[in-house]
Design a binder for this molecule. Sequence first.
Ligand SMILES: [Mg+2]
Length: 283
Amino acid sequence: MIARLQAAGVDARDVEGGVWIGVPDRAFAQAALRALGVSAVVAGGGVQVPADAVDAVLAVCAPECLLFDLDGVLADVSQSYRAAIVAAAAAFGVTLTPAAIAAGKAEGDANNDWVLTRRLMARQGVEVSLEAVTEAFEAAYQGTDDAPGLWRTERLLVDLEWLGALGERWPLGIVTGRPRGDADRFFGETGLGALVAASVTMHEAAAKPDPAPVRLCLERLGRRRAWLVGDTPDDVRAARAAGVVPIGVVAPGDDAGETRAALEAAGAAVVLDHVRQLTEYLP
Ligand SMILES: [Mg+2]
């Protein structure tokens, strides 16, 4: 184990009962290892872990790539996808508040906005087919002859220079529940696509919280160890199930306290107020 860790540049040595790992931020390392099912105790200027925890230690201390959920993490969709949910429900006479949508996302198994919209409407006693909800949602999001699509309001939450600097150190991947066309349009409009080495979209794998899209993205990048930044419990659960370090972030417009609690309950190693804070934790 020691040889593999040291080969990856990890400060490691054998100690009685396990392995000692030197880390700059012991609390973070402990939480990140716990997220991957490894109990670590703080010892000296590092943490001590069981000798069989090598894969988790490598993921935490020496990631080979960085994965990002798109919406709420790199893309501000508070005026687009979230607004399309409100508009689709309104088309059937149902009022959905941003807080109700955020709560629905936090419940989990909510990675598909069409399904989530239908679910939230049904709770108010309005049962509509998924097809009809999807049509109303897409009319609002993509636009019609009479109204520009809400997608036009989307903005990058980071500057490309910041992301480009990360991209020079690690290949960057996107794991999103967006349809491919919506994702590629955003990549093209913002310039994000030039920095993304691989992406996985809606119909290419099962939806998060299933780990399949995370694994597929790793496969496309040709890497095994990663961190994933996401704004919902589904992101956190998908990452953990794939052995990837789960980093939470509060999306614009979401209640910070509630989001933080939901992401921590799902097992996030840390919850950021903004994705830029990622650099405070990266090795
Ligand atoms: Mg998201």
